[in-house]
Structures are given as structure tokens and as C-alpha cells.
Design a binder for this molecule. Sequence first.
Ligand SMILES: [Zn+2]
Length: 490
Amino acid sequence: MLDVVLAGGRVVDPETGLDQVGDVGVRDGSIAAVSATPLHGRVRLDAAGLVVAPGFVDLHSHAQTVPSLRMQALDGVTTALELEAGGYPLAAAYQAAADEGRPINYGFAASWVGARMTVLEQAPLDGGFAALAAAIGTAGWQRLVDGPTAAAVVAEVDRELGEGGIGIGLMPGYAPESNREEYLAVAALAARREVPTYTHVRHGHTSEPGSCVHGVGELVHVAAMTGAHMHLCHVNSTGWRRAPELLELLGRARGFGLRLSTEMYPWGAASTVMGAPWFDPLNLDHTGIAPQAMFDASRGRWVRDAEDLAAIRRETPGDIGLFHFLDETAEADLAVLDDVLAHPDVAVATDAIPYLSGGRPVTGRAWPLPDDALAHPRLAGSFSRTLRRQVRERRVLTLPEAIRRMTLVPAQVVEAAAPDARRKGRVQPGCDADLVAFDPGTVAERATYDDPRRPSHGMRHVLVGGTPLVRDGRLDTSVMPGRPLRGRGR
Ligand SMILES: [Zn+2]
């Protein structure tokens, strides 16, 4: 007897190319059968007219809180990984998630930022995003250090891999003065340990000198020097209008055998801490960002001028800000996002930052979100928006190819480090029963910059490890089926 049957949907498995109408049966948290003829189980979920696919795997979610992960589940995400910043210390990050419970699967990379903060500053981190965000815009951990200190950072990253880090997250973009040799040494460590790295590159705007082309050039250089798998985080917000150029560079370098991958989210605004180096008022002319175009979500207001920005950066550098790098009302700018996704093997990933209320992440099990909760809409809507816009309206990708970019491609990025990921991103017997059933004709994001609290429309059923978390479009707040994904170092 099966526990759950998703019945009569169009079943799409991106690895085998299966695309047939039928049933998917679940037993003990795993997929037990995929069948063109009817299966019988204790729970039957009607999927007629729906697409049944692997649950989406988000490689880039800083939003590791229960309310934020619930919103991601309503967008079809069943595994949300914090790989760019990572979790530090890893043991505390995993323990906090296990103690509180998580609606969807989670996991963390070893954190180069956390290792540096510890070795250079003894900054107290607790495994959570808030403490790391508060410290990341401060100068102490960002500086050039001597050789023995850099070696101590690399050793600390290695120790964290031993705690189960899913590869190594690196953010030289937040410490542009930090040692280049150290970046190379961390990548060499990743190559030795056969795990990927995930980089927010050293330079990420479009003007020379110090443009995103230099930043990604360094990433490619490091991949060539070490043989490491280097994953470029959020190519859209790194490259702005030059993102297609970056993808051409990555594509050619891949052609020479370098191990490179990347991801994007389908929006023209980014979100990060106000203390980020590229928001320095002295440099804004060069980067092409106007202070008045920045929204401080922690304070819930727009930045007034350069003086105001300088004060925010001094007083509360960990405030979360939003700024637009594309004009989403301009067709030519929107086409850049289509162009980016059209490149081979670009994964969809959100870069989600948790909902804030009164400047603090919304935590605990309270649901729904408070009325004043703020976040970039990429948290709640990136996957549905891709299915609506790039698949249904613009036809940039076929539906099966889009599903591949949301499931198998991200699973394959991490599976050298986390072999359990080989059971994710697939609809095959023996794989984890992380499954979505959505309506391809109506699936759409509803979150906007003005109202980011609106969940996506169209995810009818979402199963995590065989447990229905979303059933007939309704979120079950009584279950916490999320399980950790860990690196094999542990
Ligand atoms: Zn980033």
C-alpha cells in the first residue's frame, strides 16, 4: 500500500526525459512508483491537468526562517540551500534548524565570510543570517592579511567542511581588498576535497575599471588555476545589462573544460546589506546607482540622498536595501533577463533574504506573515515568475527545460559535495518524494515590490519527503517535514 498518490498529472522527469500522463506513488518518504496506469494509496491527490515535477531546489536562499521558507514552498521550492554566505558555525546553523523545525529541506555551505570574521575579529556568530548580515558591512573582517592569517582562514574553512558544509561559499565582493592568494587557496582546498565553491565575485557593476567582467574574470582564472568547480552566484545582479557577456565568457571557458556553473533570478532589482562596499557614496557615480533609487527595507523607507546613505551605512550597515539595476518597465531591459536564462544550464535561484518586520527577521512559527513584513519579491515568486513569463509568455524555454533548470541542474551543482542530492531533482523510483503539482496555464507570481507578502498562485500540491505541505493550494502549518542536506565531510 502506498502512502500518497499524485494521480493523473503530466509527469516530467528532467533526467530520463520522461514526459507522460500518469500517477506517482510515494511510500516512506520516497518515490515508490511512476506509472502510466492508476496506482492506489491511502491519500489520493488529484493532479489531472497539472504538471507533476520534482520539487524546486533553490541554491541561494539566505531566508532560513520558518515563515520565509513557507513562502518559498508556496512557490514550489522543497529544498532551500544557503550556499553563498553559508552557515557559521555550521554545527549551530544545522542545530538551530533541527530544533525549530523547517517546512522544507535545508542545508548550508562552509562560510569563508564566517571563517574570516572569526579568525580576524572574533566576531560572535550564531549560525544565523541576522548576525552575519549585521557584521558583513563592517571593515574588520574585510582587510588584506598576512600569509599565516590567510592560511588560518583556509584551515577554518576546511574544519567547517568537516562539519558537513555543502562546498564553500565565498564573498570577495563584500571584501574587495581581501587576499587574492587566499581566494585561490580556498578554491584549491575545494578542488582537493572535490566540492564546489559559490562566489559573489569581487566586482559586480558595469563600469570600468573594476567591472563585473574583472570579477568574473578572476573566477574563471581561479577555476583554471585550481581545477575547482566554481559556481557564480546571481549572474543577473552581478552583470546587470552586461550579464549576457558574462555568460558568453563562462560558456567559452566551459568549452575549454573548466568547471563553471551559474544561476539567476528573473527580476531587475537586487537586495543586500546597505553596508555593501559598492554602495559607498564616494563611488556611487562610478557604479551608476542613485541614492534615491535605494529602498531601506529595515527602516521601511527610501534613501533621501548621499548624506542619508552615509549615515545609514555608519549607524546600521546591516540594514537590508533594495536597488534596481534594470528598468522593469522597459522592454529592452526585461529582454536581458530572457537572454540570461536562454544560456545553457543557467539555474533559477532566488537569493532570498528573510522577511523583515521592524528591521528584524520574522522568525518563529507565526502565520500568516505580519502586515508590515518586507522582502524582495524574489523570495516568494522567482520560480512561478519564470514559469509565467519566460515559459508561458515569452517562450524562452520549453516547460521541461525550465523544470530542469529548477530541479536537476541545481541538484547536480551540489551532488559532488552532498551525495544525497542525487535523490533530489528527479521523479524516479528511489528518489526523495519532494514533488510539486502545478497548473502550467495559470501558475504565476503575485508578490511585487510594493506587496511582497503575496504567495504565488498555481502550486496545487507540494510534497516534502512524502508529506503534503501544500494540499489543494492550502499550506499545512502543522507539519515540518524539512530535513537537512549535508556535505559528505561529516
Ligand atoms: Zn550575493
